[in-house]
Ligand binder design. Structure first.
Ligand SMILES: C[S@@+](CC[C@H](N)C(=O)[O-])C[C@H]1O[C@@H](n2cnc3c(N)ncnc32)[C@H](O)[C@@H]1O
Length: 256
């Protein structure tokens, strides 16, 4: 797997540091994983098969396997050091977790022996490819491996609505690419626009009242001037077209 950006997923040291940092955020990320599970179109005891693209050390798969006792996950990733950590951290699930090492740029990244899936998930992975054409192709490749009624839930980083940002595309481009890839019911059901970090420096002045007033104004600016940083994190949902199974509860939720 060739590095496409500053991430060096093939490096033991890099992955070790990245995983430690990320694990400290896992309790906060659990809320997002829960939102994702809420969109699954099956009951919690269903014997389902889930594909986790760019599974990394397995935080999403672990969350799913804990919540769905009869589910199994295939955790795909192109990084050997990442999958070593996944094998260790996911050992408690035994055969319910199957790691597979493959590069998403390879045409056969998901060999046919893995069959089809009730759902596919992905968390902050696909933007790493830095290639929107390839991401669109992967959307189609995932779509063709979903069972009828299946769903693809993708949490990823997108550029700001004004088009600025370091990522391959903005939200609207992703929604269009998902439809073109053969999904219907394509929607973004959660988004977190990153706020630009405003540096607050209160000038020390001679008068206390003046300082208080400056502080008050600065806080007001912070509260009202919600600047878009050049990225937002979004969760998208998509179902293969021609799929007659509908999930009314998730439709209801998505109208909120
Ligand atoms: C930011 S991490 C996310 C890991 C995990 N999904 C999570 O939420 O913590 C991105 C993952 O995508 C994988 N990845 C990046 N480019 C890839 C490629 N071309 N093929 C396969 N995996 C890739 C990396 O190895 C890494 O594990």
């Amino acid at each position: 797997m060739q590095p496409k950006d500053h991430h060096d997923w093939a490096s033991e040291t890099y992955v070790d540091e990245w995983v430690k940092r990320q694990q400290s955020e896992d309790p906060a990320r659990a809320q997002r994983f829960e939102l994702m599970c809420d969109r699954f179109p099956f009951p919690h005891d269903a014997p389902v098969r889930i594909l986790d693209l760019g599974a990394g050390y397995g935080p999403v798969s672990a969350f799913i396997l804990d919540r769905y006792p009869n589910a199994t996950c295939v955790g795909q990733d192109g990084s050997a050091p990442m999958l070593d950590r996944a094998r260790m951290l996911m050992a408690r699930f035994g055969e319910r977790f199957t790691p597979i090492e493959s590069d998403l740029f390879a045409k056969d990244w998901l060999p046919s022996r893995f069959g089809s899936f009730d759902a596919a998930v992905s968390s902050i992975c696909l933007h790493n490819l830095r290639d929107f054409v390839r991401i669109g192709e992967i959307y189609g490749e995932v779509c063709r491996r979903l069972k009828p009624g299946g769903v693809f839930l993708n949490l990823d980083l997108v550029n700001a609505p004004d088009g600025t940002g370091p990522f391959p595309a903005g939200l609207d481009d992703h929604l269009v690419a998902l439809r073109a890839a053969g999904y219907h019911g394509v929607s973004c059901f959660w988004g977190d626009a990153r706020l630009a970090l405003l540096r607050l420096r209160l000038t020390v002045s001679s008068s206390r009242d003046d300082r208080v007033e400056r502080g008050r104004r600065a806080l007001h600016r912070l509260a009202t001037r919600r600047l878009f940083a050049p990225c937002s994190e979004v969760f998208g949902e998509a179902r293969p077209r021609g799929n007659s199974v509908s999930n009314t509860s998730s439709l209801r939720r998505s109208r909120r």
